[in-house]
Design a protein around this ligand. Sequence first.
Ligand code: PGA
Length: 234
Amino acid sequence: MSQFVIANWKLNHSAETAKQWLEEFQQGFIPNLSYRVGIAPSHTEIALVRDLLKTSGLAADIDLVAQDVSRFPRGAYTGEVGAFQLREYGTKYVLIGHSERRRYFHETDVELRAKLEAIIEQGMSPILAVSEQQDVAWLSGLGIAYQELTIAYEPLGAIGTGDPATAERVAEFGRNVVERLGMGCKFIYGGSVNANDISSYFAVPQVDGFLIGGASVRAQDFLQILDKIRSSDS
Ligand code: PGA
């Protein structure tokens, strides 16, 4: 099955470095059924990335992912970027609930619920980052269609620390997600994944992909991850 592999650039790229990244990526990228790639730039780089994907011919193989969205549909909310605006740029997925947003911006479940609704209403698909079982339990009470949803399991101690979760821990979390939400949603893992440690998750049947932070900032590192997935499948 195809793995969904997302480059979460976080707050790292300018227009210039995003352009360089895509040029390098294009040179090394081998389209393959083993993976489907998503790129999550900052909002300010979304239009640029969309245009470069189109002109380079990569648009058919790569999905645009937004790193966040406003919980408000539209109106007097200075500084916000709404779901309808992200959709205009061809954004397909929106990441919400990342632990960095919960921690530094005090994002709450009430806000996340409004964001989920805003994303689905605009015909995009939410990627909800969770770090604990209770976040999944909360979801099961919301009554949203799970086929549209990707759950990104990101245990707190594993994000950006170089200390990824064990395959057993990821498998156990994945089993609980399936138990609570059924088989409808996708389940991906994120937390210090790089080309050296990714193979340990290939045997976990629940894992449908990866959210890559630090190892996606350089195109070469990200390409190495894709290489590993491709060669494990051949
Ligand atoms: P990391 O980040 O790969 O740097 O741990 C993952 C994420 O937070 O999306």
